[in-house]
Design a protein around this ligand. Structure first.
Ligand SMILES: NC(=O)CC[C@H](N)C(=O)O
Length: 380
């Protein structure tokens, strides 16, 4: 009752979502008072909004949550240090350009303290709109191959372009399209970060890595070296490699694919590619990637493994995928999406190389495929 009063009693400014197909949707302005634009994407997860909003793979995107109420447990406190162990956050700041929700709860009831979703968005300069018919909007995104949008809160000013490097490429009257530019410099660590010295060391190529990858490695007694995307991989001494998730088009990553081919694949050490990392590793192996219609972003993506044909529920956030008919003869299909048959994972026939399109680190989402991390660590 108290919560309902809090939602209903609050007066919101108006805001407009202007879409690139000419449609305009009106709602309540939430979060920061700034105008942003980005690629329209949707996620059907019922929770995990703080993990999603801080996932660097959402850079340049306006995220529509299709679940009817977002913000209901607040945002846990961010405690950096201690090897990025602060659960609920997958990077140090919000990476989505903005969010669209049907209902928002403006409060915080989290065992880890924290703030409300709205206060968190305000403190980070991230706007949003509530009171939108997200079912209608999701259908529109599904039906249009490319949909961009602009969040315009009443009387707001334009977003500061210094927030992320890639934003400087866009004119104010243009829709931000994250697939047009190499986004690696906007999300990758600038300096090498060493976490948890241990006898086995994993080099993580940071393409916008979610912190849970590092949490899982540290939790499995691995040392971790988080590397800038543009490091000289030929000089790295490690027992295995993880090529991380990240935003944008895998083909738009400068010379990263070439360097993975030359210095990572050739080292013959165990490799695990995750999401963007899977796409980069596949490109380095000679396979091709394509753009899916609206991608997979949810906690309930079913995948089948081969040759066992086991089914798993997976957490996903991607728009690009590896083309099945381009898989090289020395690689095998390891996972396939049970809904649309798209490639969900590859394994090398003889070498300890593997990669998955979904997120074994979840956060948020089901942990059904966390055994992939155990398998990788077992190979070191
Ligand atoms: N989560 C990710 O790593 C996303 C990979 C890539 N940016 C895609 O959209 O397909």
């Amino acid at each position: 009752m108290e919560q309902t009063k809090k939602i209903l009693g609050k007066k919101y400014k108006k805001a407009c979502l202007e879409l690139s197909n000419g449609v305009k949707l009106k709602g309540n302005a939430i979060g920061a008072d700034v105008i942003v634009s980005g690629e329209m994407v949707f996620n059907t997860g019922m929770l995990g909004y703080s993990e999603a909003m801080t996932d660097p793979s959402y850079l340049g995107q306006i995220l529509v949550f299709s679940f009817c109420l977002i913000g209901n447990y607040g945002i846990p406190d961010l405690k950096i240090g201690d090897f990025f162990m602060s659960k609920g956050h997958e990077s140090s700041s919000i990476k989505t350009q903005g969010i669209i929700v049907s209902g928002i709860y403006d409060g915080c009831h989290h065992h880890d303290g924290g703030v409300s979703l709205e206060d968190w968005m305000k403190s980070q300069g991230v706007p949003g709109i509530s009171g939108i018919d997200t079912r209608y909007l999701v259908q529109m995104i599904r039906e249009s191959r490319n949909l961009s949008g602009r969040i315009i809160p009443e009387g707001a000013k334009l977003q500061d372009k210094n927030k992320f490097e890639f934003l400087k490429n866009f004119r104010d009257d243009e829709y931000v399209d994250p697939s047009k530019y190499n986004l690696m410099p906007s999300v990758s660590t600038k300096e090498k970060v060493i976490m948890n010295k241990a006898s086995k060391k994993v080099a993580v190529v940071d393409c916008g890595a979610k912190w849970n990858i590092m949490r899982m490695l540290v939790g499995r007694n691995c040392g971790v070296e988080l590397l800038p995307w543009d490091s000289d991989f030929s000089k790295v001494k490690c027992d295995g490699w993880i090529i991380s998730n990240g935003p944008g088009d895998p083909k738009n990553t400068g010379d990263l694919v070439e360097r993975i081919k030359k210095d990572v694949l050739s080292s013959d050490k165990p490799i695990l590619g995750i999401c963007l990392g899977h796409q980069l590793l596949s490109l380095a192996s000679g396979a091709k990637t394509k753009r899916l219609n609206h991608g997979h972003r949810s906690h309930n993506q079913p995948v089948f493994s081969f040759p066992e044909k086991n089914a798993y529920m997976s957490s996903q956030n991607h728009r690009y995928a590896v083309e099945k008919n381009s898989i090289q003869p020395d690689w095998m299909l390891w996972f396939e999406n049970a809904n649309d048959g798209s490639v969900e994972g590859l394994k090398h026939e003889t070498k300890p190389f593997m990669s998955v399109q979904f997120h074994p680190e979840a956060s948020s989402g089901p942990n059904d495929t966390s055994w992939i991390m155990d398998k990788f660590v077992g190979l070191l």
